[in-house]
Design a protein around this ligand. Structure first.
Ligand code: NYM
Length: 207
């Protein structure tokens, strides 16, 4: 099995994850690694458009139904993800299954039920969690545009993420300056890339 570095990141809304993803992309590109930046939900697919409509409150869906759509949105990209990784491309993924489980279980859905449709998706080699108190995230502005962007709900999401943490997670203090967060991410990521280059096989969620 080839070396397969893969990075996934996910966390609360307004934590800085999207801008850090693009900084990380430039960094790894600059070092000459084949790398791509992905994000979930991927709103470009048919399923992704249904999700987008739900998030912008243009449609209503049962909580279980939207959970399964988010999962389907990852499944429809799974084969491509595997091809990319097997060909040696590093993927930086802005949100993944953990966001799916954290957001849906924060609504009150059973956590094991939430994990079930994610089983068999590819597991990340590294999970980067930008830890920021929901109050601070709310102060960063931009809240209110989409469903879920409310302080009380984000507090519940933060608790759900805590239940999901495992050994593949690295927690970064998201209250630090953009530059300091970037520096810490670079160090963690480059050591993961080097470790993966020594040979690491693909594994699956949720094992
Ligand atoms: N979200 C994202 C979920 O509820 N389940 C999922 O599986 C994923 C990937 O979608 N509030 C939520 C989290 C966000 C919203 O994400 C859109 P973003 O990163 O703001 O585009």
């Amino acid at each position: 099995m080839p070396a397969i570095p893969q990075f996934l990141r996910f966390c609360l809304d307004r934590s800085g994850k999207t801008s850090q993803s693009s900084r990380l992309l430039s960094y790894l590109e600059g070092l000459g690694y084949p790398v791509e930046s992905w994000r979930f939900p991927d709103r470009n697919t048919g399923v992704g458009q249904m999700i987008s409509s739900y998030l912008s409150n243009k449609s209503q869906l049962d909580d279980h139904a939207i959970h399964l759509l988010f999962s389907a949105n990852r499944w429809e990209k799974r084969a491509l993800m595997e091809n990319k990784l097997r060909s040696g491309t590093t993927l930086i993924v802005d949100r993944y299954s953990y966001s799916g489980v954290a957001f849906s279980s924060a609504k009150g859905l059973d956590i094991e039920w939430c994990k079930a449709p994610e089983m068999g998706l590819l597991a990340p080699d590294l999970v980067l969690y930008l830890d920021i108190p929901p109050e601070n995230a709310a102060e960063r502005g931009g809240y209110g545009g989409e469903r879920y962007e409310q302080l009380e709900f984000q507090r519940k999401v933060a608790q759900s993420y805590q239940c999901l943490r495992d050994a593949s997670w690295k927690i970064i203090d998201g209250r630090l300056s953009v530059e300091e967060v970037e520096k810490q991410l670079r160090e963690i990521v480059i050591s993961c890339v080097m470790m993966c280059q020594k040979g690491k096989s693909l594994s699956q969620l949720w094992s």
